[in-house]
Design a protein around this ligand. Structure first.
Ligand code: SAM
Length: 277
């Protein structure tokens, strides 16, 4: 669960009712069970559940983040579509969500939506055992987002035309060297309640990343990637041209037209698959 960094300085943490609910009702933990407390900025601690409190046992060395920072720029889909994008793409490893309004965006979000997306990102980061909680930027017009977003490689997904496939574009980058460090799969043994598919803990791993600054690997797919996807109506020709002028490479996700909610999830799955291959 995500715990405020100030609380993590103490040995005994008073759990909020929400945290108690998540631990005892969702994860079905009982007193004495161990769980991960994270500060959402890269640090993990092993904690043990008492009644309404938790005791911090020790700091853990972990690496569950992708070695590449992914910024996902999404022209907001209608309705609650972006909720689904935030949830799935947090699980997949996105570091930063940059929601934008484009010429064909129907949704103009309220501040309440932003709070909701941030809550969803926390839940998804807890569920997927991320080290960090992704940042969700305030929505801006696409033209502003294009100029403010930074990345070593920038792609814009275009549903029609003959752009190269994202997968091909990513594969043309030389592969990253294999990650090093011995593996130790001790956490599930510490608590029978935790999913046995938990990613292995790394011994002697480098210190966890701080905030959104996971260290880039040397060469290959290290560094940072920005990927942009359009709303239901897609991008206008003008928007694609502006993106290309801002250094974005147009890419395809295949021959079928994906929903505005599906496209970002597919794009990020492809990036994370190639990175972790
Ligand atoms: N009516 C739009 C058009 O013809 O361009 C389709 C928009 S699609 C529902 C929403 C967004 O998902 C697109 O703007 C694009 O970013 C992305 N997308 C969907 N299918 C895609 C594909 N096969 N290749 C690349 N991007 C795709």
């Amino acid at each position: 669960i995500v715990i405020a960094p100030a609380q993590l300085q103490q040995q005994q943490i008073a759990l909020t009712s929400q945290q108690q609910h998540y631990l005892t009702r969702v994860l079905r933990l009982r007193q004495g069970d161990r769980f991960i407390a994270m500060d959402g900025k890269g640090q993990w601690w092993l904690a043990v559940l008492a009644e309404t409190t938790a005791q911090i046992l020790e700091q853990m060395q972990v690496q569950t983040e992708l070695p590449v920072e992914i910024t996902l720029m999404v022209a907001l889909p209608k309705g609650n579509g972006f909720d689904e994008v935030v949830r799935a793409c947090t699980e997949l490893g996105v570091n930063c969500f940059a929601p934008v309004t484009s010429d064909r965006t129907l949704l103009h979000p309220s501040p309440q939506k932003l709070d909701r997306w941030r809550r969803i990102a926390i839940e998804a980061a807890e569920q997927s055992e991320r080290q960090i909680v992704p940042t969700i930027l305030d929505p801006v017009p696409f033209s502003t987002g294009l100029l403010s977003v930074t990345g070593d490689r920038k792609y814009i997904c275009v549903a029609r035309g003959n752009s190269p496939h994202l997968f091909t574009s990513l594969q043309s980058i030389p592969p990253s060297p294999p990650s090093k460090g011995g593996l130790q799969d001790s956490l599930p043994a510490l608590s029978g309640e935790l999913d046995s598919s938990h990613p292995p803990l790394q011994e002697n791993s480098s210190p966890p990343s701080q905030g959104n600054s996971s260290p880039p690997l040397q060469g290959g797919l290290g560094g940072s990637i920005v990927i942009a996807t359009g709303a239901e109506g897609g991008w206008t020709t003008n928007e694609v041209e502006n993106a290309i002028a801002a250094g974005f490479q147009p890419v395809s996700l295949g021959k079928r037209i994906l929903r505005a909610v599906t496209a970002p999830i597919v794009a990020v799955s492809q990036i994370s698959a190639i990175i972790e291959m």
